[in-house]
Design a protein around this ligand. Structure first.
Ligand code: FBP
Length: 258
């Protein structure tokens, strides 16, 4: 809890993720948010507790920023379609040199390559802990044998696996309702659970309802990307997210924030 508290306000975290350029390609972007500076400004002015990026974005756009940097140490593209594997592309040592407060890593449980990713994360977690840095685990069931990655069982399995692998916090997909998400949170034990944002919802209300469900279910926060920086008004979205996640306000009250 001590390590991850570096990314928390009042036991909660609001994290802005911006590694989709590698994970999905520029297809997620428009003329504004294709520019990392635009999203860095949202992190800086929107009251976020951490900014997630790959090292190239950190090196070129994030030096000297005050919002803690959660540097992703692995990643992959969306081009290769079989069982996913994301290998390490940046060391913990270099992350520390870049000023990262925390490191992040993705494991695709269920993939034919899950063992490689677990072994790599194991080394990263130990190196991060030697430096007092939290290691946050994105943990997504994926691969030939995963028919549905957001069932109650799958999402809870991801949360539990992340806890057992020693993550300081786990980032998992929304399972569709508060009850099933609560089971995932319980399965993670003392390990804080963050909800991943996912593709832009059809309305902001729908997205914020999911956030609110997860918070009611015991989530420690959200790590959101597209639903924040693709918003027509990212600062208003950030204020609403802050109200729900950090301010513990009900959804209806948050939706009234201009
Ligand atoms: P979003 O809120 O945009 O979904 O971002 C969360 C995230 O975990 C990113 O950090 C990552 O780039 C992306 O989702 C991966 O998405 P997926 O593997 O589901 O396509």
């Amino acid at each position: 809890m001590n390590r991850i508290s570096k990314l928390m306000r009042d036991g909660r975290s609001l994290i802005l993720a911006y590694d989709q350029g590698l994970e999905h390609g520029p297809t997620d972007f428009d003329g504004r948010n294709v520019d990392p500076s635009y999203v860095v400004k949202i992190a800086r002015e929107g009251g976020f507790d951490a900014f997630v990026a790959q090292k190239g974005v950190a090196e070129n756009y994030y030096m000297g920023e005050k919002v803690p940097l959660l540097l992703k140490l692995n990643g992959k593209t969306a081009i290769y379609g079989k069982d996913p594997v994301a290998r390490q592309n940046c060391s913990v040592e270099y992350a520390a040199k870049l000023g990262a407060t925390a490191v992040g890593y993705t494991i695709y449980i269920g993939s034919a390559y899950e063992g490689e990713m677990m072994a790599e994360f194991g080394r990263i977690q130990e190196q991060a802990h030697e430096r007092g840095m939290p290691a946050v685990l994105w943990i997504y069931p994926r691969g030939e044998f995963v028919k549905n990655d957001v069932t109650r069982e799958m999402v809870a399995y991801a949360a539990r696996a992340g806890m057992e692998l020693g993550a300081d916090a786990v980032k998992i997909k929304y399972s569709g309702d508060a009850e099933s998400f609560a089971w995932a949170v319980k399965s993670a034990g003392k390990t804080p659970v963050y909800m991943a944002g996912g593709p832009k919802a059809s309305t902001e209300e729908e997205f914020l309802r999911h956030v609110s469900d997860c918070i009611r279910a015991g989530a420690a926060g959200v790590a959101v990307g597209r639903n924040a920086w693709q918003s027509d008004d990212p600062m208003r979205t950030a204020r609403r997210l802050n109200a729900i996640v950090i301010g513990r306000k009900p959804l209806e009250e948050a939706l009234g924030i201009a």
